[in-house]
Design a protein around this ligand. Structure first.
Ligand code: ATP
Length: 433
């Protein structure tokens, strides 16, 4: 392992095109990032892995995609306008601003202890809708996706005929004007969330809360994060948000310490009741069979896609020695890795390129696949190891006569000779796809 895992991963991300500073040619903009070709593929895989577990594999969860700009009354009802704030202090010496709860009374920039009193700083980005910039046109970029599910509760319930327990899931961008973003994509002002609101009978809420804590922890393990880097941490009562009866975070052991990957909260009936009160529209469940009427409680697993991607990268980064040579290898789960397969013709001889194209075309029907014919084969294996490609398929001169290729494993570097006819089935089996 490198001494500084964090730097190693950040450098790899830049060098290989996972993540770039945003608008780098203009000097970037603080703590804002653009996802390059590999990062885009990987982030998409993180979303899909979440989607598979939370929507596709379940009978009780339906998806929505709500607007990022919405009626500001949503944020009044949710409490975000009044309370979505962090405590802000100014350093009177160097004029930097800090989150009071993240420093110990000393300015991290200049060391001065001459700080102002903390005052609340609302984290929502404000903008104006339409050509007139006055109070009546103020809107906010959503700071979470969750409210989209609450305000659409009645629409979803009536159009899908769902009854509790059922969930509404959404993946999308959220925006928070964080006072101190940082640690690469761990905390940024624009980020991506994967949230699900699970509506249950109030009496069943504690049981479902435990269920979702276990499910969500298992998801990170299923996609390759080892046990020792994960833990569940329950919030102590003083820490709980105003709407929550219980909350537990899935935490990851980041190089700087344990940090939140995802929060699971029992939000009670706070949100549906608040939106009922503010909108005048009843948001509740009516059971026609029993005549029973109640406002469901909500269990919310709220994860960050961009933060999860960073955890997957940190957990996967490894260095070892192959044939007396140091190599960097990302031991990513096949479903999280940007490419599942790389097709490598041994040389640029036209017959080999032609066969490699045929093999790559077949692979692309099922996997994200890269075809690379530059440099020596050893170099190309290293390049694929470094970006986490689980399997390389090498097309060599024998392939022309025996219609077989060599499949090389990223983790063990073991090679197997496989007939082209059975290649897709072989790759699918090994990739679990
Ligand atoms: P934190 O305590 O780290 O600020 P939070 O408790 O405010 O996070 P939630 O509101 O529970 O976070 O959001 C759910 C998830 O969204 C977090 O667990 C995290 O993965 C992600 N997330 C929240 N804020 C950011 C951010 N600024 N940058 C990247 N991801 C974020």
């Amino acid at each position: 392992m490198p001494e500084d895992l964090f730097d190693a991963v950040v450098n790899l991300c830049k060098r290989r095109g996972f993540v770039f500073p945003s608008a780098e040619i203009y000097g970037g903009i603080r703590s804002t990032y653009d996802y390059g070709p590999l990062g885009t593929l990987m982030l998409r895989n993180v979303r899909e892995a979440w989607w598979r577990a939370m929507v596709q594999e379940r009978d009780d969860v339906v998806p929505i995609e709500a607007a990022i700009l919405t009626n500001p009354k949503v944020w009044e009802a949710s409490g975000h306008l009044a309370t979505f704030a962090d405590p802000l202090v100014d350093c009177r010496n160097c004029h930097e601003r800090w989150r009071a709860d993240q420093i110990d009374g000393t300015c991290p920039s200049c060391g001065s202890k001459d700080l102002t009193d903390a005052r609340p700083f609302n984290l929502m980005f404000k903008t104006f809708v339409g050509p007139v910039e006055d109070d009546s046109s103020i809107a906010y970029l959503r700071p979470e996706t969750a409210q989209g599910m609450f305000v659409n509760f009645a629409n979803v319930q009536s159009t899908t005929r769902r009854r509790p327990p059922f969930g509404i899931a959404q993946i999308g961008r959220s925006f928070r004007n964080e006072i101190t973003p940082g640690n690469f994509v761990f905390r940024t002002r624009e980020f991506e969330q994967m949230e699900m609101e699970y509506f249950v009978r109030p009496a069943d809420a504690p049981g479902w809360f435990e269920y979702w804590c276990a499910e969500r922890l298992a998801w990170y393990k299923r996609y390759g994060i080892p046990d020792r880097l994960l833990r569940l941490r329950s919030h102590v009562p003083e820490e709980l948000a105003h709407y929550a009866a219980a909350a537990t975070d899935v935490e990851f052991s980041f190089p700087w310490g344990w940090g939140e990957l995802e929060g699971i909260a029992n939000r009670t009936d706070f949100d549906l009741k608040a939106h009922s009160a503010h909108s005048g529209v009843r948001l509740e469940h009516f059971d026609q069979a029993t005549g029973e009427r109640y406002v469901p409680y909500v269990i919310e697993p709220a994860a960050g896609a961009t933060r999860a991607m960073m955890a997957f990268l940190l957990a996967a980064y490894d260095e070892d020695e192959v044939g007396g040579e140091r190599r960097v290898v990302l031991r990513l789960h096949p479903r999280i890795a940007p490419y599942q397969v790389a097709v490598l013709p041994l040389s640029r001889k036209p017959e080999l390129l032609e066969l490699a194209d045929e093999v790559a075309k077949a692979c692309r029907s099922r996997f994200q696949c890269e075809r690379d014919d530059t440099q020596s084969i050893g170099r190309r294996y290293r390049r694929q190891d470094e970006i986490g490609t689980p399997l390389c398929v090498t097309v060599d001169f024998d392939s022309l006569s025996d219609r077989a290729v060599t499949v090389r494993d990223r983790d063990t570097t073991a090679q197997a000779r496989i007939g082209i006819d059975g290649l897709l089935a072989h790759l699918s089996e090994r990739l679990g796809a």
